[in-house]
Design a protein around this ligand. Structure first.
Ligand code: NDP
Ligand code: GDR
Length: 329
């Protein structure tokens, strides 16, 4: 039975990846950082029915000694480094924390693998945000990077460290340059989930308005359930490499709203208000990925349409609010 170590297990991707790895017969060990509200951290694992089937070990990406202890004890065959301060907007409020966790945290994880288990295959969660101010209308593995936020700068460091450890030490280290991917388990602060939660609250009479920032940015949105498949496939290759993972379709926030409100029989123009304080200091205007290499080498392609995914998210948020009996707005 192969053993996988997953950092960021309690996040959206960590939950979907754990479910996939368990289904494939892995022993899954998750790195968990200490929290004063530890009783609520596993809601995503519970939702997917994998809580209790993964082993949890205490550790923090900021603490190399904790990572060494975990890697030495677990001796993983595969390590998926998903942990990060992952919210772009927050990275301007906490640039140093973002750099510490998202950039240096990845370097700590690479060091722990290099020192304690160099045969372990390593996956780094790189991001389409690294393209930033885009240099080419459709982005692939050869497109130059131009990061536009402290988050994207931190991810770029982690990305190049992964490449560097592969080239310097021969680690089997791969980077997945993943475009936005969403699900009912997406954090509520990200725009898709904020919109589907807003639609559910408005539909149920719990709210009347939904404040948003830039409506004109466009993103290439896929489903997290599809994207964790690509992560796993990268680590099954004989040779480590970097891959873009995307759908190849880009949609504006405005059209996302049209789809989500439309799913509930509502018109977004009646409810969405734009607020200047939700506009970012620097924006990534357009992202559209070309995942031809992942298709060719990994046999991977996205299978869920944006409409189906947003429908699933709206339904999940409606069910959640119906169950919670919140007072009407
Ligand atoms: P989430 O924000 O949902 O999850 C982040 C995870 O990182 C949580 O489990 C969190 O733990 C953990 N974490 C944060 N800080 C630390 C730390 N100091 N030590 C240990 N663990 C820590 O992210 P997603 O699941 O959406 O994304 C997974 C990864 O993929 C991230 O690195 C993200 O930047 C990257 N990515 C995501 C994309 C997307 O569209 N979702 C696209 C491209 C890249 P806790 O529960 O304790 O907060
Ligand atoms: P992103 O995701 O920054 O692409 O990073 P997010 O959903 O936060 O923003 C997408 C776009 O929507 C615009 N927007 C708003 N965003 C939020 N969060 N809230 C709003 O009210 C709002 N109004 C408009 C943003 O300006 C932006 O253009 C995500 C994260 O998962 C990263 O970790 C990951 O690396 C990238 O996706 C790929």
């Amino acid at each position: 039975m192969p053993t996988a170590l997953v950092t960021g297990l309690t996040g959206q991707d960590g939950a979907y990846l754990s479910a996939l790895l368990l289904e494939k017969g892995y022993r899954v060990v998750g790195l968990i950082r200490r929290s004063a509200s530890a009783d609520v951290i596993n809601h995503r694992l519970r939702w997917l029915g994998v809580e209790g089937r993964v082993e949890l070990m205490d550790g923090d990406l900021l603490d190399l000694s904790s990572l060494l202890r975990v890697v030495q004890a677990v001796q993983p065959d595969e390590c998926y480094n998903l942990a990060a301060q992952s919210f772009v907007a927050a990275s301007w409020q906490q640039p140093l924390l973002t750099g510490s966790v998202t950039a240096l945290g990845a370097a700590n994880m690479l060091e722990a693998i290099r020192l304690a288990r160099p045969a372990c295959r390593f996956y780094q969660a790189s991001s389409s945000e690294m393209y930033g101010l885009i240099q080419e209308p459709v982005q692939n593995e050869k497109t130059p990077f131009y990061p536009r936020s402290p988050y994207a700068v931190a991810k770029l460091y982690a990305h190049w460290m992964t490449v560097n450890y592969r080239e310097s030490f021969g680690l089997h280290a791969s980077s997945g340059i993943l475009f936005n991917h969403e699900s009912p388990l997406r954090g509520i602060e990200f725009v898709t989930r904020k919109v589907t939660d807003g639609v559910a609250r408005i539909k149920l009479g719990l709210a009347r308005e939904l404040p948003l920032g830039n409506m004109d940015a466009t993103r290439d949105w896929g489903h997290a359930r599809d994207y964790v498949q690509a992560m796993w496939r990268m680590l099954q290759q004989d040779v480590a490499d970097d891959y873009v993972v995307a759908t190849g379709r880009t949609t504006s926030i405005r059209d996302l709203c049209r789809i989500a409100f439309g799913h509930a029989g509502l018109n977004y123009e009646d409810h969405v208000v734009t607020r200047s304080d939700l506009i970012r200091p620097a924006e990534v205007d357009v992202l559209e990925g070309d995942a031809a290499k992942a298709d060719r080498v990994l046999g991977w392609r996205a299978t869920t349409t944006l409409e189906d995914m947003i429908g699933e998210m709206v339904e999940a948020d409606l069910a959640r609010h119906r169950a919670s009996n919140l007072p009407r707005a």
